[in-house]
Design a protein around this ligand. Sequence first.
Ligand code: SF4
Ligand code: SF4
Length: 121
Amino acid sequence: MTTSSENSRAAYYGFKITPLTPDRIKDWYEQPIRQPLNLDKKKQPRGQLYIIPDRCKECGYCWEYCPEHVLSISTNLNKKGYRYPTIADGKEDACVACSMCTEVCPDFAIFTEEIDEGGTP
Ligand code: SF4
Ligand code: SF4
């Protein structure tokens, strides 16, 4: 959608504004030129998670903010009486090593290491 000031500017400079429709935006992003040339060699990173249960205080930030929903809450308690994160059912290979959980954990109780599987980084 164009505004009236955009239309009058277009008329002044003598060009035509073609409205951006969802279909035009979709076409634009699907053009091959918008994709990396080595897309076929790209691999999604995978992460190995490490959880230190006794540091956890069950704030929940890690499982709330994980973009891949890798984490869930354990039914076990740590020595302070808190439930700590565990890997959710079916998500054993879903960690993409983004480190969001590490960044948000206030108690340094969780971290990840990227698994080197070869391929283009
Ligand atoms: S590293 Fe990222 S994807 Fe893996 S568990 Fe943490 S927040 Fe989730
Ligand atoms: S963010 Fe840290 S302290 Fe909070 S629940 Fe997760 S591991 Fe525990």
